[in-house]
Design a protein around this ligand. Structure first.
Ligand SMILES: NC(=O)c1ccc[n+]([C@@H]2O[C@H](COP(=O)([O-])OP(=O)(O)OC[C@H]3O[C@@H](n4cnc5c(N)ncnc54)[C@H](OP(=O)(O)O)[C@@H]3O)[C@@H](O)[C@H]2O)c1
Length: 249
Protein backbone atom coordinates (compact mmCIF):
# COMPACT_ATOMS: atom_id res chain seq x y z
CA UNK A 1 0.00 0.00 0.00
CA UNK A 2 1.21 3.49 -0.84
CA UNK A 3 0.06 6.66 0.91
CA UNK A 4 -2.96 8.22 -0.78
CA UNK A 5 -2.50 11.13 -3.19
CA UNK A 6 -3.86 14.50 -2.23
CA UNK A 7 -6.91 15.12 -4.47
CA UNK A 8 -7.16 17.77 -7.19
CA UNK A 9 -3.44 18.36 -7.37
CA UNK A 10 -1.99 21.39 -9.18
CA UNK A 11 1.35 21.33 -10.99
CA UNK A 12 3.42 24.28 -12.18
CA UNK A 13 5.59 23.17 -15.10
CA UNK A 14 8.10 25.69 -16.41
CA UNK A 15 8.99 25.63 -20.11
CA UNK A 16 5.80 23.75 -20.96
CA UNK A 17 5.39 25.41 -24.37
CA UNK A 18 7.91 23.07 -26.03
CA UNK A 19 9.85 19.83 -25.86
CA UNK A 20 10.12 17.91 -22.60
CA UNK A 21 8.00 20.37 -20.61
CA UNK A 22 5.16 20.12 -23.08
CA UNK A 23 5.18 16.32 -22.88
CA UNK A 24 5.21 16.52 -19.07
CA UNK A 25 2.25 18.92 -19.09
CA UNK A 26 0.18 16.62 -21.29
CA UNK A 27 0.97 13.49 -19.28
CA UNK A 28 0.27 15.07 -15.89
CA UNK A 29 -2.98 16.56 -17.22
CA UNK A 30 -3.96 13.08 -18.45
CA UNK A 31 -3.61 11.91 -14.83
CA UNK A 32 -6.16 14.50 -13.69
CA UNK A 33 -3.62 17.01 -12.38
CA UNK A 34 -4.50 20.68 -12.97
CA UNK A 35 -1.60 22.04 -15.02
CA UNK A 36 -0.19 25.54 -14.79
CA UNK A 37 1.76 25.56 -18.05
CA UNK A 38 4.49 28.18 -18.05
CA UNK A 39 6.32 29.48 -21.12
CA UNK A 40 6.98 32.65 -23.06
CA UNK A 41 5.19 32.02 -26.35
CA UNK A 42 1.48 32.80 -25.87
CA UNK A 43 0.43 31.08 -29.10
CA UNK A 44 2.05 27.74 -28.21
CA UNK A 45 0.76 28.20 -24.66
CA UNK A 46 -2.83 28.65 -25.86
CA UNK A 47 -2.47 25.69 -28.23
CA UNK A 48 -1.29 23.44 -25.38
CA UNK A 49 -4.16 24.52 -23.10
CA UNK A 50 -6.59 23.78 -25.95
CA UNK A 51 -5.09 20.33 -26.58
CA UNK A 52 -5.21 19.41 -22.89
CA UNK A 53 -8.86 20.54 -22.67
CA UNK A 54 -9.72 18.50 -25.78
CA UNK A 55 -8.22 15.45 -24.06
CA UNK A 56 -10.42 16.07 -20.99
CA UNK A 57 -7.73 17.73 -18.83
CA UNK A 58 -7.46 21.13 -17.23
CA UNK A 59 -4.69 23.69 -17.80
CA UNK A 60 -3.91 27.39 -17.62
CA UNK A 61 -1.06 29.23 -19.35
CA UNK A 62 1.24 31.47 -17.31
CA UNK A 63 3.90 33.57 -18.96
CA UNK A 64 7.20 34.89 -17.55
CA UNK A 65 10.71 35.45 -18.82
CA UNK A 66 12.80 33.50 -16.32
CA UNK A 67 15.95 35.56 -16.95
CA UNK A 68 14.56 38.24 -14.60
CA UNK A 69 14.20 37.49 -10.89
CA UNK A 70 11.17 39.81 -10.48
CA UNK A 71 9.36 37.91 -13.24
CA UNK A 72 10.19 34.56 -11.60
CA UNK A 73 8.72 35.74 -8.30
CA UNK A 74 5.66 37.12 -10.11
CA UNK A 75 5.22 33.69 -11.72
CA UNK A 76 5.29 32.02 -8.30
CA UNK A 77 2.70 34.51 -7.02
CA UNK A 78 0.47 33.94 -10.06
CA UNK A 79 0.73 30.17 -9.62
CA UNK A 80 -0.48 30.36 -6.00
CA UNK A 81 -0.85 27.07 -4.15
CA UNK A 82 0.87 24.24 -6.04
CA UNK A 83 1.42 20.61 -5.05
CA UNK A 84 3.95 19.87 -7.78
CA UNK A 85 6.70 22.02 -9.27
CA UNK A 86 8.56 20.83 -12.35
CA UNK A 87 11.60 23.02 -13.00
CA UNK A 88 12.04 22.20 -16.65
CA UNK A 89 12.67 25.44 -18.58
CA UNK A 90 16.28 25.59 -19.65
CA UNK A 91 18.64 27.03 -22.22
CA UNK A 92 21.85 25.53 -23.51
CA UNK A 93 24.71 27.21 -25.35
CA UNK A 94 27.22 24.64 -26.55
CA UNK A 95 30.23 26.93 -26.78
CA UNK A 96 33.80 26.57 -25.58
CA UNK A 97 34.81 28.47 -22.46
CA UNK A 98 36.76 31.18 -24.32
CA UNK A 99 33.76 31.75 -26.61
CA UNK A 100 31.20 31.97 -23.81
CA UNK A 101 30.49 35.60 -22.95
CA UNK A 102 29.62 36.78 -19.45
CA UNK A 103 26.15 37.53 -20.77
CA UNK A 104 25.68 33.96 -22.04
CA UNK A 105 27.01 32.52 -18.76
CA UNK A 106 24.66 34.75 -16.71
CA UNK A 107 21.67 33.94 -18.90
CA UNK A 108 22.18 30.18 -18.56
CA UNK A 109 22.59 30.44 -14.79
CA UNK A 110 19.59 32.78 -14.50
CA UNK A 111 17.19 30.46 -16.35
CA UNK A 112 18.66 27.06 -15.42
CA UNK A 113 19.71 27.66 -11.80
CA UNK A 114 18.45 30.90 -10.28
CA UNK A 115 14.85 30.57 -11.53
CA UNK A 116 14.41 27.08 -9.94
CA UNK A 117 16.08 28.43 -6.77
CA UNK A 118 13.63 31.34 -6.52
CA UNK A 119 10.61 29.18 -7.38
CA UNK A 120 11.50 26.65 -4.70
CA UNK A 121 12.06 29.46 -2.19
CA UNK A 122 8.65 30.90 -3.04
CA UNK A 123 6.64 27.66 -3.26
CA UNK A 124 8.27 24.93 -1.15
CA UNK A 125 7.62 26.45 2.31
CA UNK A 126 3.86 26.38 1.65
CA UNK A 127 4.13 22.76 0.42
CA UNK A 128 5.98 21.90 3.62
CA UNK A 129 3.32 23.73 5.64
CA UNK A 130 0.64 21.55 4.04
CA UNK A 131 2.80 18.46 4.61
CA UNK A 132 3.07 17.32 1.00
CA UNK A 133 4.61 18.30 -2.31
CA UNK A 134 6.90 17.10 -5.07
CA UNK A 135 9.57 19.08 -6.89
CA UNK A 136 11.18 17.62 -10.00
CA UNK A 137 14.22 19.34 -11.48
CA UNK A 138 15.15 18.52 -15.05
CA UNK A 139 18.94 18.53 -15.06
CA UNK A 140 21.18 17.02 -17.78
CA UNK A 141 23.90 14.44 -18.21
CA UNK A 142 26.03 17.52 -19.00
CA UNK A 143 26.07 18.03 -15.20
CA UNK A 144 28.10 14.86 -14.69
CA UNK A 145 29.74 14.01 -18.06
CA UNK A 146 31.81 16.99 -19.19
CA UNK A 147 32.13 17.60 -22.93
CA UNK A 148 34.69 19.84 -24.68
CA UNK A 149 31.92 22.44 -25.17
CA UNK A 150 29.08 23.59 -22.92
CA UNK A 151 30.98 23.95 -19.62
CA UNK A 152 28.75 26.82 -18.42
CA UNK A 153 25.60 24.85 -19.21
CA UNK A 154 26.96 21.76 -17.43
CA UNK A 155 27.90 23.85 -14.39
CA UNK A 156 24.42 25.41 -14.26
CA UNK A 157 22.89 21.92 -14.19
CA UNK A 158 25.45 20.49 -11.74
CA UNK A 159 24.37 23.24 -9.35
CA UNK A 160 20.75 22.10 -9.74
CA UNK A 161 21.76 18.51 -8.89
CA UNK A 162 23.36 19.76 -5.66
CA UNK A 163 20.30 21.91 -4.97
CA UNK A 164 18.10 18.84 -5.46
CA UNK A 165 19.88 17.12 -2.58
CA UNK A 166 19.94 20.34 -0.51
CA UNK A 167 16.20 20.91 -0.90
CA UNK A 168 15.37 17.27 -0.11
CA UNK A 169 17.38 17.77 3.09
CA UNK A 170 15.69 21.08 3.85
CA UNK A 171 12.09 20.04 3.14
CA UNK A 172 12.04 16.22 3.20
CA UNK A 173 11.03 15.80 6.83
CA UNK A 174 7.99 18.02 6.17
CA UNK A 175 6.64 15.85 3.36
CA UNK A 176 8.21 17.47 0.29
CA UNK A 177 10.15 15.20 -2.04
CA UNK A 178 12.75 16.71 -4.40
CA UNK A 179 14.11 14.64 -7.27
CA UNK A 180 16.21 15.34 -10.35
CA UNK A 181 15.78 13.79 -13.78
CA UNK A 182 18.92 13.86 -15.90
CA UNK A 183 18.22 13.25 -19.58
CA UNK A 184 20.78 12.46 -22.23
CA UNK A 185 20.04 13.88 -25.71
CA UNK A 186 16.31 14.23 -26.44
CA UNK A 187 14.62 15.27 -29.69
CA UNK A 188 13.03 18.69 -28.95
CA UNK A 189 12.58 22.09 -30.57
CA UNK A 190 15.76 23.17 -28.78
CA UNK A 191 17.99 20.36 -30.01
CA UNK A 192 16.46 20.46 -33.51
CA UNK A 193 17.07 24.24 -33.70
CA UNK A 194 20.70 23.54 -32.82
CA UNK A 195 21.32 20.62 -35.18
CA UNK A 196 18.45 20.48 -37.71
CA UNK A 197 18.22 17.11 -39.48
CA UNK A 198 21.45 16.03 -37.78
CA UNK A 199 19.68 15.83 -34.40
CA UNK A 200 19.79 12.01 -34.69
CA UNK A 201 23.59 12.18 -34.39
CA UNK A 202 23.19 13.15 -30.74
CA UNK A 203 22.01 9.64 -29.94
CA UNK A 204 24.83 7.76 -31.66
CA UNK A 205 27.05 7.40 -28.60
CA UNK A 206 24.68 5.78 -26.10
CA UNK A 207 23.99 2.07 -25.61
CA UNK A 208 20.51 2.32 -27.18
CA UNK A 209 22.17 4.04 -30.18
CA UNK A 210 19.33 6.54 -30.50
CA UNK A 211 18.13 9.92 -29.29
CA UNK A 212 15.43 10.01 -26.57
CA UNK A 213 11.88 11.28 -27.06
CA UNK A 214 10.22 13.91 -24.81
CA UNK A 215 7.50 11.42 -23.80
CA UNK A 216 10.18 9.05 -22.42
CA UNK A 217 11.30 11.76 -19.99
CA UNK A 218 7.72 12.76 -19.20
CA UNK A 219 6.89 9.14 -18.21
CA UNK A 220 9.59 9.35 -15.53
CA UNK A 221 8.27 12.65 -14.21
CA UNK A 222 4.76 11.19 -14.17
CA UNK A 223 5.98 8.35 -11.96
CA UNK A 224 8.00 10.66 -9.70
CA UNK A 225 5.06 12.94 -8.88
CA UNK A 226 2.90 9.93 -8.00
CA UNK A 227 2.68 8.62 -4.44
CA UNK A 228 3.87 5.23 -5.79
CA UNK A 229 7.39 6.71 -5.93
CA UNK A 230 7.12 7.99 -2.34
CA UNK A 231 10.44 6.52 -1.17
CA UNK A 232 12.47 8.22 -3.94
CA UNK A 233 13.89 11.49 -2.66
CA UNK A 234 17.02 13.63 -2.91
CA UNK A 235 18.47 11.80 -5.88
CA UNK A 236 18.80 12.12 -9.64
CA UNK A 237 17.32 9.60 -12.07
CA UNK A 238 19.38 9.29 -15.24
CA UNK A 239 17.72 8.55 -18.60
CA UNK A 240 20.38 8.59 -21.29
CA UNK A 241 20.15 5.29 -23.13
CA UNK A 242 23.12 3.93 -21.15
CA UNK A 243 26.70 5.17 -21.05
CA UNK A 244 29.14 3.32 -23.31
CA UNK A 245 32.10 1.54 -21.71
CA UNK A 246 35.44 3.34 -21.81
CA UNK A 247 36.98 0.03 -22.98
CA UNK A 248 36.83 -1.01 -26.65
CA UNK A 249 34.27 -3.76 -27.39
N1 LIG B 1 16.62 18.23 -25.23
C1 LIG B 1 17.71 17.66 -24.70
O1 LIG B 1 18.48 16.96 -25.36
C2 LIG B 1 17.99 17.82 -23.22
C3 LIG B 1 18.95 17.00 -22.62
C4 LIG B 1 19.22 17.14 -21.27
C5 LIG B 1 18.55 18.10 -20.53
N2 LIG B 1 17.61 18.89 -21.13
C6 LIG B 1 16.93 19.89 -20.29
O2 LIG B 1 15.54 19.68 -20.40
C7 LIG B 1 14.86 20.92 -20.29
C8 LIG B 1 13.93 21.11 -21.49
O3 LIG B 1 14.71 21.07 -22.67
P1 LIG B 1 14.04 21.06 -24.12
O4 LIG B 1 15.06 20.55 -25.08
O5 LIG B 1 12.70 20.43 -24.04
O6 LIG B 1 13.89 22.63 -24.35
P2 LIG B 1 13.30 23.46 -25.58
O7 LIG B 1 12.67 22.57 -26.59
O8 LIG B 1 14.39 24.37 -26.02
O9 LIG B 1 12.17 24.31 -24.81
C9 LIG B 1 12.59 25.18 -23.80
C10 LIG B 1 11.40 25.62 -22.98
O10 LIG B 1 11.90 26.54 -21.99
C11 LIG B 1 11.28 27.80 -22.16
N3 LIG B 1 12.26 28.88 -21.97
C12 LIG B 1 13.47 29.01 -22.56
N4 LIG B 1 14.04 30.15 -22.16
C13 LIG B 1 13.18 30.75 -21.31
C14 LIG B 1 13.18 31.97 -20.59
N5 LIG B 1 14.20 32.84 -20.66
N6 LIG B 1 12.12 32.26 -19.82
C15 LIG B 1 11.08 31.42 -19.75
N7 LIG B 1 11.00 30.27 -20.41
C16 LIG B 1 12.04 29.94 -21.19
C17 LIG B 1 10.75 27.82 -23.59
O11 LIG B 1 9.66 28.72 -23.64
P3 LIG B 1 9.17 29.41 -25.04
O12 LIG B 1 9.41 28.42 -26.14
O13 LIG B 1 7.71 29.67 -24.80
O14 LIG B 1 9.99 30.62 -25.20
C18 LIG B 1 10.36 26.37 -23.80
O15 LIG B 1 9.10 26.13 -23.24
C19 LIG B 1 15.93 22.00 -20.17
O16 LIG B 1 16.15 22.31 -18.82
C20 LIG B 1 17.16 21.32 -20.75
O17 LIG B 1 18.36 21.87 -20.24
C21 LIG B 1 17.32 18.79 -22.45
Amino acid sequence: MTPSQPHHRTALITGATAGIGRAVARQLAADGIHVLAHGRDPERGAQLVKEIAAEGGSARFLTADLTGSAEVLALAAAAGEVDILVNNAGIYAFTGTADTTAESFDRQFAVNTRAPFLLVGALAPAMAGRGHGVIVNITSTAATSPAPIGAAYGASKAAVELLTRSWATEFGARGVRVIGVSPGPVRTAGTTAMLGDNVELLGRANLRERIGEPDEIAHIVRFLVDADSGYINGTVIVANGGEPSALPA
